[in-house]
Design a protein around this ligand. Structure first.
Ligand code: ZN
Length: 135
């Protein structure tokens, strides 16, 4: 498999509106728009930084994965996403190497990316997302 770059850092926040004040107004990053991924019960907002992006994650429901994360650990970095050349190939290879996968098959993430999560038990406690997308 080929990892191309750190695609984005996913940061769980209580409110994107509130967190925008830091990332947009204070740090001066460009707000690229937000998108709700209904299946994941999350609204995401992207702020490009060089070749990577910051992704803010706000829950849309109290039983969603981000709501649960915030409840347990509070706001903070929730996942790191690596851009890969070919996600199907990467998942097959990771599985062969004994990495526990949360997603056996890619699913659709924000911005039309194909994404899959690896289990933190296999990755030193870091929730890793792999993603494949054009651009
Ligand atoms: Zn992500």
């Amino acid at each position: 498999m080929k990892v191309l770059k750190i695609d984005h850092l996913g940061i769980a926040v209580h409110s994107i509106e509130e967190a925008k004040k830091l990332f947009q107004d204070t740090l001066g990053l460009k707000f690229e728009g937000s998108e709700t991924v209904a299946e994941q019960k999350v609204t995401t907002a992207f702020f490009p930084v060089g070749d990577s992006e910051v992704e803010l994650l706000e829950s849309t429901a109290s039983d969603g994965p981000i709501a649960k994360y915030l409840e347990k650990r509070g706001e903070g970095i929730q996942h790191i996403a690596f851009r890969v050349e070919n996600i199907e190939e990467a998942l097959t290879e990771l599985k062969e190497k004994g990495i526990k996968l949360i997603d056996e098959k890619p699913r659709l993430g924000a911005g039309g990316a194909k994404i899959a999560f690896l289990h933190p038990k296999s990755t030193h406690g870091v929730l890793i997302e792999i993603s494949e997308r054009e651009d």
